[in-house]
Ligand binder design. Structure first.
Ligand SMILES: [Zn+2]
Length: 201
């Protein structure tokens, strides 16, 4: 699927916490057929006919252009998904990253390969599987808003800005995480006993 998508479309998906695996190729199907099959395939977005307004090709499960109105996707897609919400750290960059993904191992390889914060030594220090992970991630990031940094990384040959990096201690990140997931049902996937190396100042 990745090769069917333009760099702009891939960047858009990434900005929504999605990737090529979340896309269903609906280009050669009748609407009635792909409305049914996209659900069976468990995909969030359809690659369909260009929208009237701007020629975008990414559609919601109901056929709306998700690039013209990203709110559609926020509600229809990632906000509802049960995903991993994680806190990662890099000792070399002295940075903390908050993120959401479906596959933890694959995501670690990806953030190292893309050199977020110019680092290749990212480790997931804490992760939970939880409903509406994307929405919770947004709230944690805003709690840690004052630690935001301006950083860029390379993706598909394009320089992208990372909005998920924070220059803060692991304790601050964990405080924000705990405050947001407290009382919610979740499955603890990773929790390093000793996080002291990541107490950045
Ligand atoms: Zn559009």
């Amino acid at each position: 699927m990745e090769y069917e998508l333009t760099t702009e479309e891939l960047a858009f998906l990434r900005s929504q916490g999605l990737g090529p695996d979340d896309v269903f190729d609906a280009r050669w199907m009748s609407q009635a057929r792909w409305f049914r099959e996209i659900k069976e395939a468990g995909k969030t977005v359809a690659l369909g006919n260009p929208c009237r307004k701007a020629g975008h090709r990414l559609r919601s499960r109901k056929g709306h252009c998700v690039q013209c109105d990203t709110k559609i996707l926020a509600f229809a897609g990632r906000y509802d998904l049960k995903q991993y919400l994680y806190v990662a750290g890099s000792l070399s960059a002295r940075l903390i990253k908050i993120g959401v993904c479906k596959d933890l191992l694959q995501r670690i390889r990806q953030i190292c390969a893309e050199r977020h914060g110019d680092a290749r030594d990212w480790e997931v220090i804490y992760a939970v599987e939880i409903d509406r992970a994307g929405e919770i991630e947004d709230r944690i990031l805003s709690r840690l808003g004052r630690y935001a940094i301006d950083s860029h990384y390379w993706k598909n040959g394009f320089l992208q800005q990372s909005i998920e990096l924070r220059r803060c201690s692991i304790s601050h990140a964990m405080e924000a995480m705990t405050a947001e997931i407290d009382g919610k049902e979740c499955y603890l996937a990773i929790n390093w006993r000793d996080k002291s190396a990541y107490e950045f100042k």
